[in-house]
Ligand binder design. Structure first.
Ligand SMILES: NC(=O)c1ccc[n+]([C@@H]2O[C@H](COP(=O)([O-])OP(=O)(O)OC[C@H]3O[C@@H](n4cnc5c(N)ncnc54)[C@H](OP(=O)(O)O)[C@@H]3O)[C@@H](O)[C@H]2O)c1
Length: 331
């Protein structure tokens, strides 16, 4: 076992500038834990919030951020059954991924199927799990329905576009630039709306013959929420995923009455905790779709782990298309 490791340490959660890339002793796995050599870790939006003390989960200080990662088991602690040194796994532990090694509770690990690259494994469960739970479970999406995905070129957005297509829906992807719209078409979107240059309501009317989308997937919030909800179809489902734009919007409830439409909350982490069997079934369907080539993480960039601040800056400035992944050099 290596005596020391490197990691981005957060001692003072005031933002990315307060993170430090440090050499620290490699911890030994305790009871029920494993030591993982991290090969790849992806950036999810909550990784921005957690280092500013703005996320709902507030880890004890100091901590290593990095919610989702993948690598190889190096050592296991007492009482760990079901995984052993050499196993390739993905970890959804909330923290720990932005380093060369991590100690993780064994129940936060998922075994990797043969041929599943670490970069994809580190960028999979969080985004695809969220979008599957949102569209298929909370949104009851049926083949032939029309879905509007806002922030469609982002992490959960690209996953939502691919999942909605895999489920047989027509997908309208909406994003803030022509470049992002082109990416969405390349991964299967049937139509796109650039909401920086186009009026969202007019464009939706034109694309749906005035009907509106049956399901709206909204990870952005802010000023887009109300025009989107005003456009929803009869019996539509508006999925509340997140508020990347910063503002938490308010919606006039009469719109819900007039359209017979539902506003549906989505909280994937809580779903995983409360409904493990349903989550396992969703992950099984996602693995099958991955094996069939129907879904595939869009990797914006793979950067060396010590360049984490660049990745944070890219995500905060809305430049990431798909997922940004941090990688450790082998050896
Ligand atoms: N409910 C749940 O269970 C759950 C699970 C996972 C994630 N989430 C939430 O989903 C949201 C998206 O997460 P993600 O990891 O997919 O993030 P992401 O890759 O950064 O995507 C977010 C998208 O939001 C848009 N955006 C608009 N204003 C923005 C701003 N001021 N800053 C950053 N992005 C902005 C951007 O698209 P355009 O430039 O095209 O507008 C961006 O592509 C977050 O709020 C996250 O907390 C919720």
């Amino acid at each position: 076992m290596v005596i020391s490791m490197k990691a981005w340490i957060c001692e003072n959660p005031t933002g990315v500038d307060a993170l430090h890339w440090r050499e620290v002793p490699t911890p030994s796995p305790g009871e029920g834990e494993v030591l993982l050599a991290v090969h790849a870790a992806s950036l999810n939006f909550p990784d921005i919030l957690i280092v500013q003390n703005k996320y709902q989960f507030k880890p004890a200080l100091p901590f290593v951020p990095g919610s989702e990662y993948a690598g190889v088991v190096e050592a296991v602690g007492a009482g760990v059954a079901g995984c052993r040194p050499g196993d390739r796994v993905a970890a959804l532990a909330g923290v720990g991924g932005f380093g060369t090694h991590a100690v993780v509770k064994a129940d936060k690990l998922l075994p990797l199927p043969q041929g599943f690259p670490f970069e994809h494994a580190a960028a999979f469960a969080f985004t695809y799990g969220t979008s599957h739970h949102a569209l298929m479970d909370r949104g009851s999406l049926a083949a032939g329905e029309t879905v509007l995905v806002l922030g469609a070129a982002g992490g959960v957005g690209t996953a939502a576009v691919q999942i909605a297509k895999a489920a047989g829906a027509t997908v309208i992807a909406a994003a803030s630039s022509d470049e992002k719209c082109a990416l969405c078409r390349s991964i299967g979107a049937d139509a796109t709306i650039n909401y920086t240059t186009q009026n969202l309501r007019d464009a939706l009317k034109a694309l749906t013959d005035g009907r509106g989308p049956d399901v709206i997937y909204d990870p952005v919030g802010g000023d887009l929420a109300e025009p989107a909800f005003r456009s929803i179809a009869w019996r539509g489902r508006y999925l509340v995923i997140g508020f990347a734009a910063g503002g938490i919007p308010s919606l006039p409830l009469n719109l819900s009455l007039l359209k017979g439409a539902s506003i549906v909350g989505v909280f994937w982490g809580e779903f995983v905790r409360r409904e493990p069997k349903a989550n396992a079934a969703a992950l099984a369907q996602l693995s099958e779709w991955y094996a069939q080539g129907k879904i595939r993480p869009v990797i914006d960039q793979a950067l060396p782990m010590d360049r984490l601040p660049e990745a944070y800056a890219r995500m905060a400035s809305r430049q990431v298309q798909g997922k940004i992944v941090m990688v450790n050099q082998p050896g």
